[in-house]
Design a protein around this ligand. Structure first.
Ligand code: NAD
Length: 248
């Protein structure tokens, strides 16, 4: 391996779950990796953690510049930090809508904007956003979360158009349900966690949850020079959940 030798990457939300698996895969491919997270102390060598709240512009600009200095530039941005929201439009108030959009959507725009001048100096610049199947399929009790991920999908395409002449590719991944600490927290809140896990497994045609490493591999591909002609698109990593209709 080592397809990313000499390259540098920042990963938001890289202290846990999909972001952590991505930071580890990028490191394994030879990249120098900075993790931007509200929980940077969880980041282990050889990755470097930087405190960053993607909902705070000053925090984002400071973290991106510190990471660029420490790594020697930025070739790859993985916009992965995100939070969930459960409920229909009746259940969540305006403050919660603003908070989730601020982190899940505006956060990606903030980090990208702060990194753009670094990316423009790269020979192989790429942005990869962590979107979701919630952007492309109607899931119950996920109105706000789905709307935020729909915006991420649109943002991905718009950014790809805006920055193609800067030599910056922009793509996203659409995971199904991924076995991360996030989902463990959700299962922990269920009345019957084992039954809930069985139901989530059954929702995916493959009959199992997606692993964080499987999502990370798709992100690393989109970030790598091997995907040099791929921009403005999404890769589903969802066990067939979006496209397949099986008879049970
Ligand atoms: P996770 O909870 O395991 O990790 C999220 C990370 O983001 C944590 O390290 C957390 O500290 C960090 N974070 C949270 N708010 C932040 C903020 N304001 N600024 C900076 N960092 C912040 O979650 P995960 O399951 O790995 O999810 C990561 C991404 O994948 C999210 O964007 C999520 O929407 C998306 N996703 C997850 C699933 C799933 O089933 N787990 C499915 C589709 C998409």
């Amino acid at each position: 391996m080592g397809n990313l030798a000499g390259m540098t990457a920042i990963v938001t939300g890289g202290a846990s779950g999909i972001g952590l698996a991505t930071a580890e895969r990028l490191t394994g491919e030879g990249a120098r990796v900075g993790v931007l997270d509200v929980n940077p102390d969880a980041v282990k060598d050889p990755m470097t953690g930087f405190y960053c709240d993607v909902a705070d512009g000053a925090s984002v600009r400071t973290a991106v510049d510190r990471a660029a200095d420490a790594l020697g530039g930025i070739d790859i941005v993985v916009n992965n930090a995100g939070i969930g929201a459960i409920g229909s439009v009746e259940d969540l108030d305006d403050d919660e809508w603003a908070r989730v959009f601020d982190i899940n959507v505006t956060g990606m725009a903030r980090v990208s904007a702060a990194a753009l001048n670094h990316l423009r100096r790269s020979e192989h610049a790429a942005v990869v956003n962590t979107c979701s199947i919630a952007a492309t399929a109607g899931l119950p009790q996920r109105a706000l979360y789905s709307a935020s991920k729909g915006a991420v999908l649109s943002l991905t395409r718009a950014m790809a158009a805006d920055h193609i002449n800067d030599g910056i590719r922009v793509n996203c991944v659409n995971p199904g349900t991924v076995d991360t600490p996030w989902v463990s927290r959700l299962l922990g809140q269920a009345d019957d966690p084992a039954a809930e896990r069985t139901a989530l497994n059954a929702r995916q045609p493959t009959g199992r949850l997606v692993s964080a490493e499987e999502v990370a591999d798709a992100i690393v591909y989109l970030a790598s020079p091997a995907a040099g002609s791929t921009t403005g698109t999404s890769i589903a990593v969802d066990g067939g959940m979006q496209e397949l209709r099986l008879r049970r």
